[in-house]
Design a binder for this molecule. Structure first.
Ligand code: PLP
Length: 387
């Protein structure tokens, strides 16, 4: 039998893709499935972005691009960061990658090895823990609590730091909880991190444009004292409904960008050239489609919160951002995984068990409300009937 590295046994997965495959299989068998599982906008990419990619192909952009991305695309990212965050970033610090995930993969590979520790949110995006485990580093969960609206307490995070800590991962607005870390807490964290210069930070801000009720995104880029060890993860997938295009970006400290680029050269060479032109059009073109999409999410957020709180055994705190609701289901007496499977098989509603996002997710399930209000209401009725 062939033998693989033992690290393969430590590599996890993202259950959302497994549930999506099962939901698609059931649909193909003729079942009527409402998918509140996978985290992707149910909107189409705006036309002017699609047209920019088509034009790039017609214009002959068919070859490799620089491994860190074409300069116009990196300049567009830097200009967007300046416009939104008021922070000057050298386009040479930006690396365009095939999806937001790639920045997290490279950052964790860069810092994780046996004997080191990486702190990550739990419940949190499952790939953090998976890749940390793969590297052999010790995963140190930062527990996020419902009573704190799934924000973190900077004091609690800082207490997790040891001399072996290499990387701290934060994510606001958050998957799977919809939680958001307010400015006071971010300020406190940034100030505390000044005492720990051996810790790099990866801030996953992929949902930065999806905040509700007038909340303002707080970017880690704003803290200049951390700029020589901050990796920012962002991208186009969620904001511009471009999950299938595969494009994201990382902002890397000057001292790390060359090594990060070396990862790209070893892995994917560069992002699809035409897609990068679409990325420029997204950032520099009209933003009204983004605003309309976020307004639609906000409306659905209110509906789903109201409805979830009417299901016996469910209670849901208000999600502040992203497009997820993370209700507590412990009063139903059913485990998260069992509820996920039962509602998919019996009610035809795909959602994700909270445990897919770490052990702290037991007693919760994740609903993605990137689906029509009509479908959300039908799904809720089916869940009530099934329970
Ligand atoms: N980070 C978080 C918190 C996410 O939820 C996701 C996608 O679900 C990603 C990163 C990855 O995004 P992409 O599809 O661009 O790789």
């Amino acid at each position: 039998m062939v033998e693989m590295v033992t690290a393969m046994g430590r590599l996890g997965t993202e259950s959302a893709f497994e549930v999506l495959a099962r939901a698609n299989k059931l649909s193909a068998e003729g079942r009527d499935i409402i998918n509140l599982g996978i985290g992707q906008p149910d909107f189409k990419t705006p036309d002017h972005i699609v047209e920019a990619a088509a034009k790039a192909l017609r214009d002959g952009h068919h070859g490799y691009t620089p491994a860190n991305g074409i300069v116009e695309c990196r300049e567009a990212v830097a200009a967007d960061i300046m416009a939104r965050r008021g922070v000057t970033i050298d386009p040479d610090q930006i690396m365009i990658v095939p999806g937001g995930k790639v920045t997290m993969f490279f950052a964790i590979l860069m810092f994780g090895e046996p004997g080191t520790e990486i702190i990550y949110p739990n419940p949190g995006f499952p790939i953090y823990e998976s890749v940390i485990n793969f590297t052999g580093a010790k995963p140190v969960p930062m527990a996020l609590h419902e009573m704190n609206n799934f924000s973190f307490s900077a004091d609690e995070v800082l207490e997790l730091i040891t001399p072996a800590t290499r990387l701290l991962i934060i994510n606001s607005p958050a998957n799977p909880t919809g939680g958001y870390v307010p400015r006071e807490e971010m300020d406190k964290l940034a100030a505390g991190l000044e005492e720990h210069p051996h810790v790099a930070i990866m801030s996953d801000e992929i949902y930065d444009r999806m905040l509700y009720d007038g909340r303002e995104h707080v970017s880690m880029l704003e803290y200049e004292s951390l700029s020589d060890r901050l990796i920012l993860l962002n991208g186009w997938s969620k904001t511009y409904a471009m999950t299938g295009w595969r494009m994201g970006y990382g902002v890397w400290p000057k001292g790390m960008i060359e090594l990060a680029t070396r990862f790209s050269i070893n892995c994917h060479s560069c992002v699809n050239a035409a897609v990068q032109f679409a990325g420029i059009a997204a950032l520099t073109g009209p933003q009204d489609a983004v605003d309309a999409m976020v307004a639609a999410f906000d409306e659905r957020r209110r509906v789903i919160m109201r409805e979830l709180n009417q299901i016996a055994g469910f209670s849901c705190v208000e999600p502040a951002g992203a497009f997820y609701a993370f209700p507590n289901i412990s009063e139903t007496g059913i485990s998260a995984r069992e509820l996920q499977d039962r509602l998919l098989n019996e009610a035809g509603v795909a959602l994700i068990a909270g445990t897919s996002f770490g052990v702290q997710g037991e007693g919760y399930v994740r609903f993605s409300y990137a689906n029509s209000t009509e479908n959300i209401l039908i799904a809720i009725e089916r869940i009530k009937a099934s329970l």
